[in-house]
Ligand binder design. Structure first.
Ligand code: PBG
Length: 333
């Protein structure tokens, strides 16, 4: 009589006996090509600037951004998502620096394109919060509220300058209604039919964006609850999804990743376009902080979160650990 009584054949542990066995039966595998590196580039600095809330991540100088792009290519990373950090005095109510052809993000796109060409999918954050003095993702109306349709006009201009600079994919992250459609039209009307849109489809108003505020030197007072989604809602994501697809999204994203794996799963089940998940600044910071205290094993914790995100249905994952993890995966092969 076995411990399993009348089911002597049911011993799942047989398939966990050796590393080779576990590797053979693994249902989910990570590959460097699953990963996208988000990167910050700051105007007017000649050395990278540390971000204290994200140990190991920096605001790049133009030079070190190029190097980071080359390292990402060498590690086999799929893409890079660029965020511009303008000089403080260039921020204004309309986020003008975001649409100047020589604004920092446009300059960075051209730099990275010149350095790595098409070897990396070059993506850009299409949002105004890095450039506005009030720190909101859009322009404000007379009552100080984020004006949806006035913001769309600014996004259309942003799409054009980013595409002119040579970006492959734009990532609208502002959660304005109608943003994907307006951006698609703007790209098509300016001869950029080949530039794709990675829509931030289900983007939640999250406490875990905290460290990002430092990363882009944001001046935001208040919150983004009138445009980003309420963490209480799941069905609403499917509504956002239907709209984004109708408006022409080529890929869709769920963000943050870890606390929203149920949303990621539902979105991945529902669509036939590639699905991205963004492991955001706070998710990064929590693991780094716990690991620095010796409370979790850093590398195992990182891999476990990434596997979980892929297992839930992500085809591609934005993570600040992209290049490092891609290096580990290459060595394992
Ligand atoms: C908006 C934007 C944000 C992030 C990416 N794009 C900030 C926000 O919505 O508040 C956050 C990324 C992260 O926290 O890692 N431009």
């Amino acid at each position: 009589m076995s411990a399993y009584g009348s089911f002597p054949g049911s011993r799942p542990r047989r398939l966990r006996t050796t590393p080779a066995m576990r590797r053979m039966v693994a249902e989910t595998r990570l590959d460097p090509s699953d990963l996208i590196l988000p990167a910050f580039v700051r105007e007017g600095v000649s050395e990278p600037v540390a971000i204290s809330a994200m140990p190991g991540v920096v605001q790049h100088s133009r030079d070190t951004l190029r190097k980071a792009a080359v390292e990402a290519v060498e590690a086999g990373v799929a893409g890079i998502m660029l965020f511009g950090v303008p000089e403080d005095e260039k921020k204004d109510a309309l986020g003008t620096a975001g649409t100047e052809p020589d604004g920092i993000l446009q300059v960075a796109i051209r730099d990275v394109k010149a350095e790595v060409g098409d070897d990396l999918v070059i993506m850009s954050d299409l949002c105004l919060d890095e450039y506005t003095d009030h720190g909101h993702c859009g322009v404000l109306d007379a009552d100080g509220r984020v004006d949806n349709d006035a913001t769309l006009e600014r996004y259309a201009e942003m799409a054009q300058v980013q595409a002119d600079a040579g970006v492959h994919v734009v990532g609208p992250s502002g959660m304005m209604d109608g943003q994907v459609g307006v951006i698609r039209d703007a790209l098509d009307e300016t001869g950029h039919e080949d530039v794709s849109i990675l829509a931030y489809t289900a983007k939640y108003s999250s406490a875990f964006y905290g460290p990002f505020r430092e990363a882009v030197a944001s001046s935001l007072q208040g919150d983004r609850k009138s445009y980003q989604q309420d963490p209480a809602n799941a069905r609403e994501s499917l509504r956002e999804l239907a709209l984004d697809l109708e408006e022409g999204a080529d890929m869709v994203m769920v963000k943050p990743a870890g606390p929203y794996l149920d949303i990621l799963y539902r979105v991945a089940q529902a669509v036939d376009v590639p699905v991205a998940a963004y492991q955001i600044s706070g998710e990064y910071a929590m693991i780094e902080a716990a690991a620095a205290n010796g409370w979790v094993e850093r590398d195992r914790a990182i891999m476990e979160t990434l596997l979980g995100i892929k297992r839930a249905g992500a085809d591609t994952i934005l993570t600040y650990w992209a290049t490092e993890v891609a290096g580990w995966l290459r060595r394992e092969r």
